[in-house]
Design a protein around this ligand. Structure first.
Ligand code: ZN
Length: 395
């Protein structure tokens, strides 16, 4: 997926970087006046004008003329084709919303932190309002929304689209998520476990392309996994497959949010890791811990390596049951790269049959967040099939 890029420091690479700044600004803000692009990117008016002309000729952006404070102004937005799909990606502590066109090019993106005690039902209302604002921002109508994927950090019943395990997301258990989001956004809705979406993205265009049995582990505040068998997501009839975060590591361990004791999440989940740092200033969120590990903080690196060891024990059990070709480790913790991965591999070698000799344990191969890419892919898939359904019923 990587484009050939110019050598760093060259004129061409500077031009490329400047172009990217303009595309990023339009992705974040939606439609902008050319003069606003100058303010936001910090580039000169002449540079912005040149790049806008180039990108417009290449079909990447489109320009319209409007007026601004009584003066003629050029309005710039990213070009989109054939409607838009949306991903609403809930993780335990943040909501990311992405709008993309049918080529899966992101046209708008928004990131909202969530409080530790947030209620998901209220957040769903807010998410629907934000999607409306973002469509406005890129000059699109609600009718252009082809489909929406709601990605959640807990298992989903594939039959009903409701959460498969009660108690994991306060406020959401009794909700018909498909109907309630559809009523707000008037588009087909897919509800899916984020880890399943990650597995889908990795198997379509990431680190698990060609794998017969692929597993994607999302390790963050919560820990879950998605499984793809011969290219098809395997959720189990009730959606409870892949719940690696709730594999028992210590029968006498701490009580888990699922009600069991000593689950993997109670020793390697983000909350458990943060508990190790209680009383240490500066580390209150998982992102603080990861930043500290990346800056070489010994305690943070130790905590993440230990989490990798526990994760590896659970992955070894999964490997003994499923015999995967590849296990992709994603989620916030995977940002620490080999600090986590090396320790997962070491534990798997010790605990899996035959050391799981042919098993690859790797980081994500998807550009961007694999769970969001998977959500956009799933939305596109459902919009294709609903379009095919409309064509069939019209014929
Ligand atoms: Zn549990």
């Amino acid at each position: 997926m990587a484009r050939p890029s110019a050598p760093p420091g060259s004129q061409a690479s500077l031009r490329e970087a400047n172009r990217q700044r303009i595309v990023d600004a339009l992705t974040t803000h939606g439609s902008l006046a050319q003069i606003e692009l100058v303010d936001i990117t910090g580039l000169s008016a002449a540079t912005v004008s040149n790049i806008v002309r180039e990108l417009s000729a290449a079909g990447v952006i489109s320009t319209t003329f409007g007026s601004r404070s009584g003066r003629r102004a050029v309005q710039v937005s990213l070009t989109r084709q054939d409607g838009l799909v949306a991903a609403l990606h809930f993780s335990s502590r943040s909501l990311t919303i992405v709008l993309a066109d049918s080529a899966l090019t992101t046209v708008a993106e928004k990131h909202v932190p969530l409080a530790a005690d947030h209620r998901y039902d209220r957040e769903l209302d807010r998410a629907a309002l934000l999607v409306g604002d973002m469509l406005d921002g890129v000059g699109a109508e609600l009718g252009e929304l082809l489909a929406v994927t709601l990605s959640v950090p807990v298992p989903v019943d594939p039959e009903t689209g409701r959460l498969a395990v009660p108690g994991l997301m306060p406020g959401w258990d009794a909700v018909d998520l498909v109907a309630s989001l559809r009523a707000r956004l008037d588009a087909p809705v897919v509800v899916e476990h984020g880890a399943t979406l990650g597995a889908l993205a990795e198997s379509r265009g990431g680190a698990a392309v060609g794998a017969r049995v692929a597993m994607y582990v999302a390790a963050g505040y919560s820990i879950g996994s998605g499984i793809v068998l011969d290219g098809v997501p395997f959720r189990g009839p009730r959606g409870r497959a892949g719940q690696i975060g709730h594999v028992t590591l210590d029968e006498n361990g701490a009580i888990c949010r699922c009600g069991n004791r000593g689950c993997l999440e109670t020793v390697a989940g983000g909350r458990a890791l943060l508990d190790l740092f209680s009383g240490i200033p500066g580390i209150t969120r998982l992102s603080d811990l990861i930043a500290d590990a990346e800056a070489g903080g010994a305690g943070a690196r130790r905590a993440i390596a230990d989490a990798g060891k526990h994760l590896g024990v659970a992955v070894a059990s999964a490997a003994n049951l499923l015999d995967p070709d590849v296990v992709v480790i994603g989620g916030e913790l995977a940002r620490t790269g080999e600090t986590l991965l090396a320790s997962v591999r070491h534990a798997v070698e010790r605990a899996a049959l035959d050391g799981a000799r042919d098993l690859q344990i790797v980081g994500s191969g998807v550009a961007g967040d694999p769970e969001i890419t998977g959500a956009l892919l799933a939305a596109l898939q459902v919009s294709d099939s609903s379009a095919a359904g409309r064509a069939l019923s019209a014929g």
